[in-house]
Design a binder for this molecule. Structure first.
Ligand SMILES: *[C@@H]1O[C@H](CO)[C@@H](O)[C@H](O)[C@H]1NC(C)=O
Length: 441
């Protein structure tokens, strides 16, 4: 049975260039990790300054009911790239852990999935992913790279196949901090050692077999603890350029600076041909970090500093587009993959959280705060400035919009959830930008 589709259509004024005259548009899609809708000036934050992001909204379209397909990174990003609910690509978990936490997993976004990057590549676009991927890496062995961004349409990749984890930075503890905290390694170690010493001195009588068992347990407890703590950053936290590992473990300090440089160089290198840049920030996920120039600069601790750095980076991207005179032919999109983390406590006891404005809940919940994200579209001359749209839109809607604008069509061999055409360039008579979307209830 066909689901009852709801069709929403709304028109926006668009009044300059004749649509057909222009060459293929470029795309710069920026996604911040765990950023809250209430962290941005243009969404009502008065104490955290985000002038560059605010400018994007002031000169473009601000979506107030923009929904991520999932409140977690891996599924949300799979949906964003494919325009399909995460469950379609197998990226929706029904267990407790809904994201990849180890780079050695054999799972990932299947390479049979069609991302907008794949389609644009076929249309002659230069395609790049800079930053976080979090959709798997290998299938069978550690070099097959079957889930690597290059298998899913991105010619150029500079970033991390995983996500930023506490374990990736020294002094931040572990994502398994809670488990480590709840397993009293030290007490177990002390108790077992005492028992074995007493046994050796003949003060406690236990069988030889039990003594051997306890000895092995003690050894394993210590070995596992050290193995985990010492090796985790090496096998999980690496930075890649293309198929090469370039830093292992990576240093998060200045990483946003390096990625911003990589992004602007990509824009410069490809300014003469159509391009797609997906800039996927590692910030503002925990463990939080910020480059020295931003540390201590906000009123909101390290979290606020990280937001300031993201805003700076957006400013650099926009400055580069301006210098290259590409702004009029580039659709810029800014969003977050889900709501902010609200509960995380650093090992120093600080609460590391973003802000959701009036919405309840945060990351990993299906309350509003978990899935409602900022959504800004900017395209001078094509999209009106300062427009606010309150219709429900989804991060999956970017898929058909980008595909259609690039002159390609949406795959017809699979269920596609989003059918939005944000901009109808064929419709030049009434000079309208159309935002039409279907969604399943
Ligand atoms: C702005 O964002 C910060 C950081 O998330 C938050 O602590 C603060 O409450 C927000 N301020 C306002 C006025 O929304």
């Amino acid at each position: 049975m066909k689901p009852p589709w709801t069709l929403l259509l709304l028109g926006l004024l668009l009044c300059t260039l004749s649509a057909r005259a222009v060459s293929k548009p470029n795309f710069v899609l920026m996604m911040v990790d765990d950023l809250g809708i209430g962290d941005l000036g243009c969404y009502g934050n008065t104490t955290l300054k985000t002038p560059h992001i605010d400018r994007l909204a002031a000169d473009g379209v601000k979506l107030t009911q923009h929904i991520a397909a999932s409140p977690l990174c891996t599924p949300s990003r799979a949906a964003f790239l494919t325009g399909r609910y995460p469950i379609r690509s197998g990226m929706a978990s029904y267990g407790r852990v809904g994201v990849y936490i180890i780079s050695a997993v054999s799972g990932g976004l299947p390479k049979e999935e069609i991302t907008f990057a794949k389609i644009l590549k076929e249309q002659g676009y230069a395609t790049a992913l800079i930053g976080k991927w979090h959709l798997g890496l290998n299938c069978d062995h550690n070099t097959d790279h079957c889930h690597h961004p290059s298998s899913l349409g991105f010619d150029h990749f500079y970033g991390i196949p995983m996500t930023n984890l506490r374990d990736c930075q020294s002094g931040h503890g572990s994502i398994f901090y809670n488990i480590q905290n709840h397993i009293p390694y030290r007490d177990i170690g002390v108790a077992l050692t005492a028992l074995l010493v007493l046994h050796a001195k003949g003060l406690v009588l236990i069988s030889r077999r039990l003594a051997v068992c306890l000895g092995v347990t003690l050894f394993m407890t210590i070995a596992l603890f050290f193995l985990w703590v010492l090796t985790f950053p090496y096998f999980n936290c690496f930075l890649m350029r293309g198929h090469e590992v370039v830093e292992q473990p990576y240093a998060s300090e200045n990483l946003t600076q390096k990625m911003t440089k990589e992004a602007t160089e990509f824009l410069e290198r490809n300014s003469a041909k159509p391009f797609l840049l997906f800039f996927s920030f590692l910030q503002v996920h925990t463990a939080l970090f910020a480059s020295p120039a931003f540390r201590g600069q906000s009123q909101h601790g390290l979290y606020g500093d990280a937001v300031l750095e993201v805003d700076w980076s957006v400013g650099q991207i926009m400055k580069t587009l301006e210098q290259l005179k590409l702004k009029d032919n580039t659709l810029v999109y800014f969003t977050s993959d889900q709501g902010p983390h609200l509960e995380e406590i650093s090992i120093h006891g600080e609460v590391h959280r973003g802000h959701n404005g009036i919405y309840k809940g945060g990351k990993s919940t299906n309350w509003e705060g978990g899935i409602r994200v900022p959504g800004i579209l900017n395209w001078p001359g094509k999209l009106p400035g300062g427009k606010v749209i309150d219709e429900v839109t989804s991060n999956m809607d970017l898929f058909p919009s980008v595909v259609n604008l690039a002159g390609a069509s949406i795959p017809s061999d699979r269920v596609q959830h989003a059918q939005v055409q944000l901009l109808d360039l064929q419709n030049k008579e009434d000079c309208k930008v159309r935002l039409g979307l279907f969604f399943t209830p």
